[in-house]
Design a protein around this ligand. Structure first.
Ligand SMILES: Cc1cc2nc3c(=O)[nH]c(=O)nc-3n(C[C@H](O)[C@H](O)[C@H](O)COP(=O)(O)OP(=O)(O)OC[C@H]3O[C@@H](n4cnc5c(N)ncnc54)[C@H](O)[C@@H]3O)c2cc1C
Length: 502
């Protein structure tokens, strides 16, 4: 009997991924392309089942969008720069199962005691909620000062109930063509309530409301809030992700006999006789029985585009339909003075232009804590998601600083000792009407699976949990074809608490 990762976790049971053997009957080899969370999750599961795995990672570090690399401050201090703050929610059941392989007690994760949303006109808090989402909806509605009785009477109840009635088939049929923005407008929430209670969800998957599917927004609200009995308050890493996650996962793969190759880009795939595959890189051609393609969207499109033998027209159209959403910015600042005592390690923000959140790194990670203790300064990170096309970088930085000064006035006049500014555009789009074309983990080709936070999954998930779950499901799918037992997968309830029973 396998114990569940949480008393609220539901096992995922899928047809076709139900083999019986502990290991493949004959030796099998796999190439996993991409060393982000999806690729690493797939690689670990395959290697644990006795498959000889080679991981190809384009960069010199593992972790992809959650990865970290070594950098140096002007004073010579080495530190690990990341692609930005990440929240580890408690219903990330599959990701946590992966991380427990390298840290059985998940000691590198520390609980936060609040998830505040800060705005210039007042704040909201997701602390103090219980393990009963329906009760939480009522409690949040009751305690926010943005929704009075008159406002509540104007709320579009059927539209609001869609949040509690999430169901994959029905919600995507009813709402996939609608934009998230139009859906949020239809709720008739007062603008301030909409800004404080809903904006953060709409933005936290990097897509602009005007170009995001309302069904995908409902799926996220379901996954994070209305079906999440483990609560909205999350855990944070107390050390850089390199040390906490990716170096240990790389070492685990080494112990499992896998070959992890850094700085190697896959270019194309070729199918050979007898269900064999060849993965072409810039330098060589690697033969394997199984392939997991776990890059971000541009990588998947480039590799499939260059693999002319994969000629299933419907599937190629599905892959072609994928795209990335707007760019995002991550700006880490080393300030010469501390932020005020009691500032949250991480706070969502709204109503301050493009600023989406503020992290105070000395409250989170040990490296920044040591720097702040030594210098008396503060390490602050500002994020801005879903940036409009053609934005001006200097103007964006100015607006982000203005947002910081508005919400944390003690930073006005602080000197910037050091800064790192990252601008990237590699998060998947969840555009209106895109669901039906979104490729799944299983491909038309035996021995080839897709993984990543962009694939369509048959259970609710998002972001890092979607990446890890997709990676494990990709491994399970390939193992199932070899009659090998799957890795157990977990999820929140597939349907909302008020969804019609099928
Ligand atoms: C700023 C920011 C903040 C975030 N905050 C959160 C958060 O708070 N909570 C949360 O859950 N999620 C968060 N996310 C999302 C999370 O980082 C991603 O969902 C997750 O890391 C995606 O993992 P992945 O494996 O699907 O893709 P990736 O991490 O992108 O991995 C793909 C890998 O493939 C490699 N690759 C690409 N092409 C090739 C090739 N040709 N050959 C070999 N390798 C290749 C890439 O280098 C990369 O390592 C955040 C993301 C960002 C950018």
């Amino acid at each position: 009997m396998i114990s569940a990762p949480s008393r609220y976790a539901r096992p995922v049971v899928l047809p076709g991924v139900d083999g019986r053997l502990r290991q493949p009957a004959r030796p099998a080899t796999a190439v996993v392309i991409g060393g982000g969370l999806a690729g690493l999750a797939a690689a670990v599961v395959l290697a644990e089942r006795g498959v000889r795995v080679t991981v190809l990672e384009r960069e010199q570090f593992l972790g992809g969008r959650a990865g970290a690399w070594t950098d140096r401050l002007k004073d010579g201090t080495a530190f690990d720069m990341e692609r930005g703050f990440h929240a580890f929610f408690r219903q990330y059941y599959n990701l946590r199962q992966l991380l427990k392989r390298v840290d059985p007690e998940l000691g590198f994760l520390k609980p936060t005691d609040d998830y505040p949303i800060l705005t210039p006109t007042g704040n909201e808090s997701f602390a103090g909620l219980t393990h009963a989402p329906l009760f939480n909806v009522a409690k949040l509605t009751w305690r926010t000062d943005t929704l009075g009785i008159r406002d509540l009477m104007k709320v579009n109840v059927p539209a609001a109930l869609a949040m509690l009635r999430f169901d994959f088939r029905q919600s995507y049929a009813d709402f996939d063509e609608v934009t998230a923005g139009a859906y949020l407008d239809s709720l008739n929430f007062p603008p301030v309530a909409r800004q404080r209670l809903l904006h953060v969800f709409a933005h936290s998957c990097f897509n602009p409301q005007a170009d995001m599917s309302a069904a995908d927004l409902l799926q996220m609200l379901h996954f994070y809030f209305t079906a999440n009995y483990d609560g909205l308050v999350f855990d944070v890493a107390d050390r850089p992700f390199s040390r906490g996650i990716f170096v240990p996962l790389g070492a685990l793969l080494g112990r499992l006999g896998a070959d992890v190759r850094m700085g190697v880009s896959a270019r194309a795939l070729e199918r050979r006789e007898g269900n064999r595959w060849v993965v072409e890189t810039d330098g060589e051609a690697l033969a394997a029985d199984l392939v997991v393609l776990a890059t971000e969207v541009p990588g998947v499109k480039a590799i499939i585009g260059a693999s002319r033998g994969l000629d299933d027209p419907d599937w190629r159209r599905q892959v072609d339909s994928l795209r990335v959403t707007n760019a995002f910015a991550v700006w880490r600042l080393w300030l010469d003075r501390p932020v005020a005592r009691g500032r949250a390690g991480f706070a969502g923000t709204a109503g301050v232009g493009p600023l989406d959140n503020i992290s105070v790194y000395e409250s989170l990670e040990d490296e920044s804590r040591a720097w702040a203790a030594r210098t008396g300064g503060s390490v602050v990170e500002l994020h801005a998601y879903a940036l409009p096309a053609g934005f001006n970088e200097a103007a964006l930085k100015h607006q982000l600083l203005e947002g910081l000064h508005t919400l944390y006035p003690e930073t006005v006049g602080a000197t910037l000792i050091e800064e790192r500014f990252l601008l990237r555009q590699d998060c998947p789009a969840f555009a209106p009407g895109s669901h039906a074309m979104r490729p799944e983990v299983r491909t038309p080709y035996r021995g080839l699976s897709l993984a990543g936070d962009f694939v369509q999954l048959p259970f609710p998930s998002a972001l890092m949990e979607r990446a890890a779950s997709a990676g494990m499901l990709a491994a399970n799918t390939l193992l199932g074809d070899l009659n090998v037992a799957p890795e157990p997968l977990w999820s929140v309830a597939v349907r909302g608490p008020l969804a019609k029973r099928p």
